[in-house]
Design a protein around this ligand. Structure first.
Ligand code: IVH
Length: 668
């Protein structure tokens, strides 16, 4: 294909992809299937790989993959990012609104908008192109988070063209980055599974994700945006907030449909009440309503204070915080043996929910907040997660409060706990610890692990309390006779369960590794270990260097894997699972000209797409990995190979050119 022809096709694909992206992320109304979108996306990737000089920063392919930074740069906002005066009573609101009416006149109107509980950002578009994204910072200068913001699907990289709406030369758009509640829960669920520390609330998760030095981490977080205003503009004149709210979606931005125009104070108060009622059902966190004077002429007339405009307020909802007594601290032991201190509270109602317990996370957290048994504390329910202790009211101390320290022995099985230097997490290392065994079995049997249908929470509890299952391998010793003795277990259901247990023996290496519940090894990491190391034996024996050499495996994961297989008890359990018939699908194809060979691709190939090249290798019995290690047999280097090329050289792995790779495919 000639370059001109390619350019045309590329432009068409980009325009289509941009539109479909908008339908999907902004309108939530896709008009093509994911598969169709992917096909177009891959075609664009292919063409861009063939003609690298046609790649532009606003191409839909350019949303991920900026190299990590040392630190975030700073950005001077063209118009300061002001904050809002907060109020929390109807009286204060009436006072604000009456002042507006007195100064501006009866004809003034307001817009009411949800006050999102996320992170404020400013997006700068020059001639339609996203050039800079920044945090609020101190309002005058913020941090440069452009690479990170580019990974968010709902942020246009280029403004959509709209007939009848000129493209401004410069446009500063202001909005709030947030994580929707459902995605937040899923994110924390996955973190729990991988034994990573949980985020306290969606706002912290969003803020932490946006301020990452590595945009690849940001890209993996479920961030979204609502835009609510503008800063500097040239080449377009707006007369009101309402006009802004109507123009922004036409340029491709996500604007909340809940925004309303209020003609008087009563309409404002109605909107506040309505949103307050809906608060618990909304798919995202809000902490109040923002009211802005609609007309920009009135903004000019009223002016700004030092840090906030006189023409807007944040009318806050009652906080989901309460004061209560912390009567005790107990220690719970989780599935992977982590000892978590839990605060026992005098029951207290926080916005409609009775709270009796709060997680204290770990010893560091207790020390940092200086939490003692008997303290009066402020607790908060945020983002529907476990309530948090926000702070201690030290003025209420009587002197009788007791300090707390996590025990040196597991409170359940008495095994000495494991503490790692620099890690606040304390663990019970006993895989057979009764506190862990139920959770471990449930995890072992779960869908993504050994997938034993019917072996759920209730049954596991019965199996453990009856003594039928004390260790994971005991699952494979169950018989109809043993099972029918259990409550509500008829012969038929016993047989179904046994069939499911039998079927689980045929599994994959990835599932098996995941099912062991190794701290920090979730489904994804288990997949990386299986793909890159190829066999259980290799995983068991892998050195720190080999583990860390896998893309996506850091020192913490490596140490955890090594610690797990370093324990004799764990090795015995793995051994006895295998002895009871657990086996993996063929780990490597033993036939084909490339049988057992591991390939890694870097850079762009001219004659193959990645997926074609992968298929060619797999058809010949080889496998393709995402990272390079000593176990990689061949690295195939295309044009402009990345850091993996250097890594391959360091490791002394055979490097093939595309031509050599092609010949290898032909000759075997
Ligand atoms: S307007 C001059 N609208 O609230 C007007 N802000 O204290 C400035 N916020 O950090 C902001 N939702 O990120 C505006 N619908 C909304 C908002 C909103 C949340 C945040 C904003 C800023 C803080 C203002």
């Amino acid at each position: 294909m000639g370059k001109n022809e390619a350019r045309k096709e590329i432009q068409g694909l980009r325009q289509d992809l941009r539109y479909h992206n908008y339908r999907y992320y902004v309108l939530d109304e896709p008009v093509v299937s994911d598969a169709e979108y992917d096909r177009m996306f891959r075609r664009l990737e292919e063409l861009e790989a063939q003609f690298p000089d046609l790649v532009t920063p606003d191409s839909p392919t350019q949303r991920v993959g900026a190299p990590p930074r040392e630190e975030l740069g700073t950005v001077l906002h063209r118009t300061p990012m002001l904050s809002l005066q907060s109020i929390d009573t109807e009286e204060q609101f009436r006072h604000f609104a009456e002042t507006v009416v007195t100064e501006v006149g009866e004809s003034v109107t307001f817009v009411g908008e949800p006050k999102y509980d996320g992170l404020a950002v400013s997006l700068v578009y020059e001639n339609g192109l996203l050039t800079v994204a920044a945090t609020r910072g101190d309002g005058v200068t913020g941090e440069d988070i452009t690479d990170n913001i580019r990974t968010i699907g709902a942020v246009p990289l280029r403004l959509l063209a709209d007939e009848g709406l000129p493209m401004p030369e410069l446009l500063e758009v202001r909005g709030e980055i947030y994580i929707p509640l459902a995605e937040f829960r899923e994110l924390n669920r996955r973190r729990e599974e991988a034994d990573d520390p949980l985020f306290a609330n969606p706002r912290n998760a969003a803020a932490g994700s946006v301020r990452q030095l590595d945009s690849n981490i940001t890209a993996a977080r479920p961030l979204n945006i609502y835009v609510y205003g503008i800063g500097a503009v040239t080449g377009y004149e707006f007369a009101s907030e309402e006009e802004v709210i109507h123009a922004l979606p036409r340029w491709g931005f996500r604007v909340d449909e809940r925004n309303v125009l209020c003609r008087d104070i009563e309409e404002c108060l109605e909107f506040y009440e309505r949103l307050a009622m809906q608060r618990d059902e909304l798919p995202y966190e809000i902490d109040g309503v923002v009211f802005k004077v609609n007309e920009f002429a009135a903004h000019d007339q009223m002016g700004v204070r030092t840090r906030s405009p006189r023409w807007a307020v944040a009318y806050k909802f009652p906080a989901r915080q309460e004061t209560t007594q912390l009567s005790d601290i107990i220690v719970s032991v989780g599935r992977t043996g982590v000892l978590t201190p839990v605060a026992i509270l005098e029951p207290v109602e926080v916005s409609g929910v009775i709270v009796r317990r709060a997680s204290l996370h770990n010893q560091d957290e207790i020390d940092r907040k200086d939490i003692r048994i008997g303290d009066t504390v402020i607790i908060e329910r945020a983002g529907d997660v476990i309530p948090q202790v926000v702070k201690v009211i030290t003025e209420k101390r009587t002197g009788k409060e007791k300090r707390f320290h996590l025990p040196d022995h597991c409170p359940v099985c008495g095994t000495a706990v494991l503490r790692t230097e620099g890690d606040p997490i304390v663990r019970c290392p006993n895989i057979d610890c009764p506190a862990q065994i139920e959770g471990r079995i449930e995890h072992f049997a779960s869908r993504g692990a050994m997938d034993i249908e019917g072996l759920g929470e209730k049954l596991v509890a019965q199996l453990v309390s009856s003594g039928l299952v004390q260790h994971l391998p005991d699952i494979y010793e169950l018989t109809t006779d043993k099972l029918v003795g259990l409550e509500r277990m008829a012969e038929k259901s016993a047989q179904n369960l046994l069939a499911a247990i039998e079927a689980s023996k045929q599994t994959t290496l990835e599932r098996f590794v995941y099912s062991l519940g190794i701290p920090h090894v979730g489904v994804h990491v288990a997949g990386l270990l299986a793909d890159n190391l190829g066999s259980l034996e290799a995983i068991r024996q892998a050195s720190d260097d080999e583990l860390v050499g896998i893309d996506g495996v850091g020192p913490e994961i490596a140490a955890s894997v090594r610690r797990f297989f370093g324990e004799q008890r764990n090795r015995r359990i793995v051994q006895s699972l295998l002895a009871r018939g657990v086996q993996f699908e063929k780990e490597e194809t033993s036939s084909g000209t490339l049988a057992g060979k591991a390939f890694m691709f870097t850079g762009s190939l001219e004659k193959f797409s990645r997926s074609e090249a992968t298929a060619q290798v797999q058809q010949r019995g080889g496998r393709v990995t995402s990272s390079v290690s000593k176990r990689t047999d061949f690295v195939v280097a295309g044009a402009e190979p990345g850091s993996k090329y250097t890594r391959a050289q360091e490791l002394g792995v055979t490097i093939l050119t595309e031509e050599e790779f092609r010949r290898l495919l032909e000759s075997g």
